[in-house]
Write a protein that binds this ligand. Structure first.
Ligand code: CP3
Length: 354
């Protein structure tokens, strides 16, 4: 079986010759080739220039034996077209100059247009697909409604999402309107990525783990569910990712996605149990393991493979993005190790998944 089929087969729960592997944030600062481009252009220009974004997307695909590419973009890009301007500030991350907090702020927001506001991402998708067609599949993505609403309200990263929760609890109608506008922005954007050539999509709900299950079910799931329902018409596979979600997995599975992405805070066997039948699992090595001595990296990667026990629907990934400072050699060794160690596992019995 070729490198091109493993990832999509695993996302559908089908047997593959070995476990597919890719890494969140596989294109980025830990790579020398990325740093060379980064030294010459501001980050936003890299996202907005399809030729550059396509080249950066392909860097890790050329350097490592990974089984999927993910388009080089950022989850925050759709906010701009909604009227929420932001900047990436060196060593601070994203900063939103005028966060949205009142009903009036939310009423003033627009629904972004994928071609007009995000055409550069779609062009990068077309460029990458033209270059790698047949080699590895291309993943498109968006931030999930909760995580995007969190950035819009907090104005940047946040340790506890207190302001976000205050809007949820104190202004539930404004909250629903904000989530609705985000969903109406993301659905056409994700569909446009698919039409431009993305063969899978991942929804990043990176910070949703700050919610308890009842708030998730009440304030988030109905909105996220709309996105996955709309994607069903597109004949692609979808991945639903979050961190700190051990208590939320049954609700996330119900909201949608062929695959749930989980972090290292729970064993994979438990993730399968909580996700329920028919849902596949992506994860879940601690990204810090890539900075550990080689024998520790090997031991922890083998532990992840062992806990997946050769189930057909496992996609090996980290529990969150690659950390800056990660040695490229460790990434290369990990991708190779996943393929070598999983090739011998029995993977023809779907019954092993229960
Ligand atoms: O390789 C890939 O995974 C594709 C590219 C990608 C980026 N951002 C590029 C990027 C993806 C999938 C994202 C998603 C993203 N962006 C998320 C969800 C995933 C996650 O990590 O939880 C979030 C929360 C963001 C928002 C964001 N973008 C932050 C908080 C930051 C600054 C902190 C950081 O990690 O650097 C960014 C900037 C950003 N987006 C960089 C990259 C490669 C760093 C760019 C640089 O400084 O050179």
């Amino acid at each position: 079986m070729s490198r091109s089929e493993r990832f999509l087969r695993a996302c559908r729960g089908e047997a593959a010759d070995c476990t597919p592997v890719w890494f969140m944030r596989q294109a980025g600062r830990y790579m020398k080739a990325y740093q060379e481009i980064r030294a010459r252009y501001p980050l936003m220009e890299m996202f907005r220039t399809p030729g550059l974004a396509a080249e950066i997307t392909l860097q890790p695909v050329r350097a490592f034996s990974i089984d999927a590419a993910i388009i080089f973009a950022d989850i925050l890009l759709p906010l701009e077209g909604m009227g929420i301007g932001f900047e990436f500030v060196e060593s601070r991350g994203p900063v939103i100059a005028r966060p949205v907090r009142s009903a009036a702020d939310i009423e003033a927001l627009r629904v972004a247009d994928p071609e007009e506001d995000l055409g550069y991402v779609l062009e990068a998708v077309r460029n990458v697909r033209a270059e790698i067609d047949g080699k590895v599949p291309l993943i498109g993505f968006a931030g999930a409604p909760f995580t995007l609403a969190g950035y819009a309200i907090e104005g940047g990263g946040s340790p506890n999402h207190l302001l976000t929760k205050r809007v949820m609890y104190e202004q539930p109608e404004a909250w629903d309107l904000l989530m609705d506008k985000i969903v109406r922005t993301l659905v056409p954007f994700l569909k446009a990525q698919v039409r431009a050539g993305a063969q899978a999509v991942q929804l990043f709900d990176s910070w949703v783990g700050c919610l308890d299950p009842s708030d998730y079910a009440r304030y988030v799931a109905p909105h996220t569910r709309r996105i996955f329902r709309e994607l069903r018409a597109e004949a692609i596979v979808s991945i639903h990712f979050g961190t700190g979600t051990a208590g939320l997995l049954p609700f996330m599975a119900e909201a949608g996605g062929d695959v749930l992405g989980v972090d290292w805070r729970l064993p994979l066997g438990e993730a399968w149990r909580k996700a329920g039948p028919g849902v596949h699992i992506q994860g879940n090595l601690d990204p810090a393991a890539l900075l550990a001595p080689r024998e520790v990296l090997v031991r922890k990667a083998v532990e992840v493979l062992d806990s997946a026990a050769g189930r057909p629907g496992h996609i090996f990934n980290l529990g969150h993005g690659i950390l800056p400072g990660t040695p490229e050699d460790s990434v290369r060794a990990l991708a190779d190790l996943v393929h070598e160690r999983s090739a011998g596992l029995s993977r023809t019995q779907p019954s092993a998944a229960t």
